[in-house]
Each structure stands twice: as C-alpha cells, then as structure tokens.
Design a binder for this molecule. Structure first.
Ligand code: CO
Length: 212
C-alpha cells in the first residue's frame, strides 16, 4: 500500500464514523459555515489547529503559513482576512505561533535559504526592533523562543493595522484579536497578547482616520 493510500482509507473510516455518531453531521455543514474564529497559524505539521483545540469542522476558519506571519502585502492572507471579517463575521482572530518554530530559528541565523529569505525577512525585522532584549539572553534556544513570542505579538499588531480590522472595529466592535503560543513539549497554549476591538494602537501612524 502506498503511504498516501492510508490517508484515503482513513478518510473513508472517518466519514463513516461521523455519520454513525451523528447522522446529520454532513447535512448540517453542507449549506453553511459560521465559524466564530479565524486562526492564523504556522504550517508546522505538529500544530494542527483543530486537533489541539478539539474543535469540529465548521468551527474555525484557518490560514497557515511559515511562522504565522501577517504581511500587509500578502494577497492570500488579506483575502482570507477580508472574507473572515466581512462575510463570515468572525468574532475572534487568533494568531498562534509555537515554541521551536523552524521559520523563526532560520530567521535568527544569517544563512541564506533561497527564496524563503524574502519571507523570513519579516521576522528579521521583528528581531531588529528588539535586538537588545534578544541578544541579552544567554542561549540560542532562549533567543529563538523570545523572538517567537515577539513575532506573534508583532503579527497581532499587523492585523490591527489593517483597514479591514479597523473598519470592523469601528462598525461592529469586533473582532477581538489574540496572540497565543503553543508548546510542543506539553501540548499547551499560553496567551501572550489580548487586543479587544478598538484598543488604541501603540503607533498612531497606523490608525486610519477616514474610515466609515
Ligand atoms: Co513554525
């Protein structure tokens, strides 16, 4: 059996099990999705959003990329964000990174990795703005893990700096933004940052003053 055949076989078993547990399971999901959460997480295979939160299909709208970045020119992320905020009307956006993130570790080195350098550049910028604090830590692991935390906080601010979020804040007093970090060692999520709707931005230059 090919390795990928296992996935298809497991899928059949899963679909069957769902119907046994709840005969209307698929019928209910076919017509509508109404998730309360948008999750922006790392692509890392060890951090599956729905498994670590025990949520079901239909509960979380998910966007994943290397090192859970919110880049203001990323059309993919912006499309997900706009759809989630304006059409699905999510109440919460969670940026969830994780300790031991390979993307952040790579960004903290001076090694060239090819085209991904462009992506990691965003994390290097977070390091540059916090280099004194990070350099003061004694081990590489501590430095990487602190940059992981600062990167998550920075991505939450990047969300708050979009006109999409600011418009929804003004019109609907949502979404609430969250910065979380997952620990691969114990499977637990810790809260790093909490930004309810209409929290003033630390740098007012990013606050648009003509949104309606
Ligand atoms: Co990662």
């Amino acid at each position: 059996m090919n390795t990928y055949d296992r996935l298809l076989l497991e899928n059949k078993a899963w679909a069957k099990e769902k119907v046994v547990e709840d005969p209307q399971f698929f019928e209910r999901l076919v017509n509508v999705q109404r998730p309360e959460f948008l999750w922006i997480g790392c692509s890392d295979s060890r951090v599956p959003p729905d498994q670590i939160t025990q949520t079901q299909p239909g509960e979380i709208f998910i966007h994943r990329n290397i090192a859970n970045l919110v880049v203001h020119t990323d059309l993919n992320m912006l499309s997900v964000l706009q759809y989630a905020v304006e059409v699905l009307e999510v109440k919460h956006i969670i940026v969830c990174g994780h300790y031991g993130c390979g993307g952040v570790k790579a960004a903290l080195s001076r090694h060239s990795y090819g085209i991904i350098n462009k992506w990691l550049r965003n994390i290097k910028d977070v390091y540059r703005l916090n280099s004194a604090e990070i350099d003061a830590l004694s081990t590489e692991d501590e430095q990487v893990n602190r940059l992981i935390e600062l990167n998550i906080q920075s991505q939450v601010l990047n969300l708050a700096e979009t006109s999409i979020v600011q418009t929804a804040w003004k019109r609907h007093n949502r979404p609430h933004l969250h910065g979380w970090v997952y620990d691969l060692h114990d499977g637990l999520i810790r809260t790093l940052m909490d930004m309810p709707a209409n929290t003033p931005l630390p740098y007012p230059i990013y606050q648009f003053d003509n949104l309606v």
